[in-house]
Write a protein that binds this ligand. Structure first.
Ligand SMILES: [Zn+2]
Length: 183
């Protein structure tokens, strides 16, 4: 196993642990607060006082969508929603050091152009797919990032650089979340 393979494996394990999201308590990230409300089956992201609430009907279409992203356990629509909204913020903070452009636009706080929002959406869905498809994770991880960052506004030197960034920032963020949840 070379250095890059080791890095990708470590990152994947850390992302998996991060998605064990605490419920009914506010999760403090750098640019937002996230709340999973199990009673009302909704999630809420607070970005600088602007609220983005999300709810997803548990119907046939949404179940098919959740299944296509690899959610097959009980409550696939709900689980997919909780992770999806969280990953919007998490990925934006980890990779770009900014709040989610999608959620910030939807909250009415600040508008961001659609092509940037689609790029973020693709990355979130790509990571969700990755988290649920363990067997091909190394290949998929690389492919996802290559796809997302092709033609993007970022000057990405290479996938390895990005992987290093993720590893460092995920570890940092996870330690802060753990610390907050002990209070
Ligand atoms: Zn989304």
């Amino acid at each position: 196993m070379n250095r890059d393979e080791v890095n990708r494996t470590i990152i994947f394990d850390e992302v998996v642990s991060i998605t064990k999201i605490p419920t009914n308590q506010i999760i403090e990230l750098k640019y937002c607060q996230y709340l999973v409300d199990t009673e009302n089956r909704s999630v809420c992201t607070n970005i600088k006082g602007y609220f983005c609430n999300a709810f997803r009907e548990d119907d046939a279409q949404n179940r098919t969508e959740a299944n296509s992203q690899g959610y097959f356990d009980e409550d696939p629509v709900w689980k997919s929603l909780v992770e999806h909204e969280y990953l919007h913020s998490l990925i934006s903070e980890l990779l770009y050091d900014r709040p989610s452009l999608v959620l910030e636009t939807e909250s009415g706080g600040k508008f961001h152009p659609s092509w940037l929002r689609y790029q973020e959406e693709a990355l979130v869905i790509g990571v969700q797919y990755l988290l649920n498809h363990d067997e091909n994770r190394d290949e998929l991880w690389t492919t996802t990032f290559k796809l997302v960052f092709e033609n993007s506004d970022l000057k990405i030197i290479g996938v390895d650089w990005l992987v290093d960034q993720c590893k460092f920032r995920i570890a940092d963020l996870w330690s802060r979340i753990e610390k907050d949840s002990q209070i």
